[in-house]
Write a protein that binds this ligand. Structure first.
Ligand code: AMP
Length: 398
């Protein structure tokens, strides 16, 4: 069974075609600048040369058409026929309280997804457009939605409620939802395998440290708390997002800088975090480089970033009354030994001590705590696409 996994942004479409008999990636690629001048596609078939093309893609439907053509192309294609695609799995950012699990898409599901759009106006509309584009091009192929929020629907009320008037929750569903659920689920399950212990017997803290970043407390295989909130702005400092903040900063900045509320929220989302503090870049490689050359603001940004991750780990160890392992994943968590060592430097009290040689890995699974560490420190590459493909297959098998 081949599953096409799609992750649609407002002007982009990322895809992977996965052969589920071996869970191997047959091809992956990215369409960028959809609806903008300079639309282009990069298609990487396994075992063949990459194929790149710049061609107009006015809509996501055009992008999906191009992807399907690339997959069956005699030169750079990987399947003989479109009918080889058994199902499509779509990443959907926000499922609200409606979706605690992945779901086969029906007309009713599409209606519910539209309702969730007000909770994620930057993400869900693009996800919905991607689903509709696939439905149009592959009308007889089942479509599945896999949500970033589902994994966190197990959070207890004390973790997901904000201390606001309760009617805001009742009337508008304002609460913590959490994101990166597919990643936290995947790496925590992999951690259990690595530790050789039953998933439901473990207390795990997963740190997804990419451009967006969040920490998740997983007790007995269930998310019990996570750092992102109603939107992906809460929690850790991120590439361009501010994370936790005194809410009164909003009106203060509006007054001081003469900005509207929306403009300030844009600053919180796009000009803050590591970029805002360092003034260098949102890319950790640039910021690490600048800090190494003595740039004080770059160093301040990294210090603040590491400190916040460590504080969340401490918070979640307290929330679960213990922790068996702390997991590092995503761009920074998988690739930066400096970041892992700096964060673990705060965690000695938990019983974590870093084995410098074992921590010297990039993009590979490793337990990098010293043999006598009471709590394990793991780095595990995430694979959100595989989770989407597995959920899709499971729903179809049912
Ligand atoms: P992601 O969102 O998971 O793709 O992660 C993107 C982030 O990971 C970017 O900020 C990158 O700078 C960071 N990243 C990727 N590779 C490295 C590396 N070798 N060292 C430090 N940061 C990295």
């Amino acid at each position: 069974m081949d599953v096409l996994v799609l992750n649609c942004g407002s002007s982009s479409l990322k895809y992977q075609l996965i052969d589920m008999s071996s869970e191997s990636v047959l091809a992956k690629g990215l369409c960028e600048r959809i609806g903008i001048e300079g639309s282009n596609m990069k298609h990487s078939p396994a075992g063949k040369d990459d194929y790149k093309v710049e061609t107009p893609m006015p809509t996501h439907k055009d992008a999906v058409k191009l992807v399907l053509e690339a997959l069956v192309d005699p030169g750079h294609g990987v399947i003989a026929n479109i009918s080889d695609i058994s199902a499509c799995g779509h990443r959907v950012v926000h499922g609200g309280e409606n979706f605690a699990q992945s779901v086969l898409i029906s007309a009713d599901v599409m209606k519910a997804l539209e309702e969730c759009s007000q909770l994620a106006p930057l993400h869900n509309p693009a996800n919905i457009i991607g689903i509709e584009a696939c439905q149009a091009s592959l009308p007889n192929v089942p479509q599945v939605a896999v949500f970033d929020t589902s994994f966190h629907q197990t959070m207890p009320e004390k973790a997901f409620l904000y201390a606001l008037p309760y009617e805001y929750y009742e009337n508008h569903k304002i609460r913590k939802y959490g994101f990166h659920g597919t990643s936290h689920r995947y790496v925590s399950q992999e951690a259990a395998k690595l530790l050789g212990k039953p998933y439901d017997s473990l207390k795990l803290i997963s740190c997804h440290l990419g451009n967006g970043a969040s920490v998740c407390a997983i007790d007995g295989g269930k998310s019990v708390d996570t750092s992102m909130g109603l939107t992906p702005l809460e929690g850790l400092a991120m590439g361009t997002r501010c994370g936790d903040l005194d809410p009164a900063v909003l009106t203060f900045v509006m007054e001081k800088e003469g900005l509207t509320a929306q403009q300030v929220v844009d600053v919180f989302n796009k000009k803050s975090g590591v970029l805002g503090v360092s003034g260098v870049s949102s890319d950790f490689r640039d910021v690490e480089g600048a800090a190494a050359q003595g740039n004080a603001r770059a160093k301040a940004a990294l210090d603040l970033y590491y400190y916040r991750v460590a504080k969340y780990v401490g918070e979640y160890a307290a929330a679960m009354n213990g922790v068996d392992a702390v997991i590092f994943t995503a761009g920074l968590g998988e690739n930066s030994k400096e970041a892992r060592a700096a964060i673990c430097g705060y965690l000695g009290y938990l019983g974590i001590s870093v084995d410098t040689a074992k921590n010297d890995v990039r993009g590979k699974t490793a337990d990098f705590a010293t043999a006598d560490s009471k709590v394990r420190a793991l780095t595990i590459p995430t694979n959100e696409e595989l989770v989407i493909a597995r959920d899709t297959k499971e729903l179809l098998d049912k």
